[in-house]
Structures are given as structure tokens and as C-alpha cells.
Design a protein around this ligand. Structure first.
Ligand SMILES: Nc1nc2c(c(=O)[nH]1)N=C([C@H](O)[C@H](O)COP(=O)(O)OP(=O)(O)OP(=O)(O)O)CN2
Ligand SMILES: [Zn+2]
Length: 147
């Protein structure tokens, strides 16, 4: 079959950034005993910290003139403006609007969704995937899906 001259390759482009932040795992929906039992050392009332890594993947056609899906300068600036600057050297529970307002535990799962929503406001349907890595041992991935 002949290929359509209008068709463009669909490519995924990923940018990685990092930030350091403090947090405490605690749920207002649970009792004190339940919080301790479920979150253990991560429930320490004096907080603890992580060096978080964020990977943001944009999916789209390669523009025939620029050879780009997205200008990585724009992607880098957006991640820094929307994520790194507001989160770096902050307390996620006390300083990040979504955690304060919603009163939800600052798990990687909730964090990756919050980061997705912030970036979606800028990139819309070009945003494909966000990965948040909290330690060398674990990370969470979100692609905007619900179930
Ligand atoms: N489902 C989740 N479980 C846990 C989360 C989370 O975000 N989602 N977070 C934590 C703690 O915040 C923290 O990240 C755990 O730290 P730690 O136990 O030190 O992490 P590691 O297992 O990678 O460290 P090791 O040194 O390898 O034990 C807990 N649970
Ligand atoms: Zn933690």
C-alpha cells in the first residue's frame, strides 16, 4: 500500500527534571493509629524528604520544517515554571496548593496526577505521560486515564 504524503511520523519526546521536597504521609480520613500502621516511618510528624525526578513525555507528529515534535526549550521552561519552581525546596503538604486545598496524602500517586494536571493546562492533548520517581526503588506513571 502507498504511504500518504500527508502522514507524519508520530514520535514521543521526553524531558527529565528534578526537585527536592519534604512531605509526610498522613490521611485525614484515617485515625492516628491507622496512619501509623499504614504509613509507618513516612508518617513521622516532623516530615522527611526526597530528591524527586519527573519525566514528561510529549507525543506528536514531527513538524516537517522544524524537525521537532515540541521545542525542548519550551518543554523545559514549562516544567520549571509549573513544577520545579513551585515544588523545589518546599514542603508538599504545606506549600503546594493542591495538597493543602484537597487535604490529600502526598503519595507519588497523588503527586503524579497533580503534576499531570498542571502540565495538561499547557500542553493539552500533546501530553502523553508523566513519571514521578521518589526513590531509586519506586516511581509512579500517569497518562491521564481514569477507571
Ligand atoms: N504507594 C505508595 N507507597 C508509599 C509511598 C508512596 O508515595 N506511594 N511513599 C512512601 C514514602 O514517602 C517513602 O517514599 C518511602 O521511603 P522508603 O521506604 O525509604 O523508600 P525505599 O523503599 O525506596 O527505601 P529503601 O531504602 O530501599 O528501603 C512509602 N510508601
Ligand atoms: Zn516519602
Amino acid at each position: 500500500m502507498e504511504s500518504n504524503a500527508q502522514e507524519r511520523p508520530l514520535v514521543f519526546v521526553t524531558r527529565q527534571e528534578s526537585f527536592s521536597a519534604a512531605h509526610r504521609l498522613n490521611s485525614s480520613k484515617l485515625t492516628e493509629e491507622e496512619n501509623v500502621a499504614i504509613y509507618g516511618k513516612c508518617n513521622n510528624e516532623h516530615f522527611h524528604g526526597h530528591n524527586y525526578t519527573v519525566k514528561v513525555t510529549i507525543r506528536g507528529p514531527v513538524h516537517p520544517d522544524t524537525g521537532m515534535v515540541v521545542n525542548l526549550s519550551s518543554l523545559k521552561e514549562a516544567i520549571r515554571e509549573l513544577i520545579v519552581e513551585p515544588f523545589d525546596h518546599k514542603n508538599l503538604d504545606l506549600d503546594v496548593f493542591e495538597f493543602c486545598k484537597l487535604g490529600i496524602p502526598s503519595t507519588m500517586e497523588n503527586l503524579v496526577v497533580i503534576i499531570w494536571k498542571r502540565l495538561f493546562s499547557r500542553f493539552k492533548d500533546l501530553l502523553y505521560e508523566v513519571v514521578v520517581q521518589e526513590t531509586n526503588g519506586h516511581y509512579a506513571t500517569y497518562r491521564g486515564e481514569t477507571c
